[in-house]
Design a protein around this ligand. Sequence first.
Ligand code: 5RP
Length: 247
Amino acid sequence: FDHLRSSVSARIMSSSNLVEKGKETAAFAAVDKHVEDGMILGIGSGSTIVYAVTRLAERVRKEGLKIVCIPTSFQAQQLIVTNNLTLGSLDTTPELDCAIDGADEVDDKLTLIKGGGGCQTQEKIVASCARKLVIVADSTKNSTSLGQQYKKIPVEVIPLAYNPILQRITQQFGGTAELRMGKMKAGPIVSDNGNFIVDWFFPTGIEDWKTVNERIKMMPGVVETGLFVDMAQIAYFGGPDGSLSVK
Ligand code: 5RP
């Protein structure tokens, strides 16, 4: 039995290593292609972005690039600082050359689901200030239409409004919705902005994500959704074998 257990855990370990390889491949390729000396860059959030920041730091050290990094979350800010990159803010630089960010799913029109880490509000603000939004992800995030890989859309809400919003979203669009809870369900997850996150498990068959996004955003108490429509220009996906695809 012990033998079986260690072979199963070895297989799980190696499949997660392959996903990590894909993240690294995508992030390194995007940084090498899109980052140039003198740029103001938006730094996204999540685990794939860690590889992008690692590569940025390497290029700054080796090539002496001068770049300013604008964070999309507390995590991104810590990454920038601990990698000795120059931290900027939208207060001083509201126009960015490029933002690099991860995604939970990317369809063929480059519509994104983001916010797996609950950072979509700042991510969308920073992306909206950038001339170009470049997405980096492992190949499991690459879909023809949303819902093939990822089943939920995160919505950041003012705490007072979470219950009416749960009800309105499911009444208007179907599916189910729940308040995102922390570990052990001891309390709700609180975003970097002090708000709650509602996860909407959407039904199949939705195509007009722009209208869905606009209608959810009109609900009083909604701060931002994790639907990014017509925002990304290009997406890099890394495969488990070190391959790269771009769309
Ligand atoms: C955080 C995000 C992330 O970019 C998204 O969840 C992807 O994360 P990862 O790179 O860990 O797969 O939107 O709010």
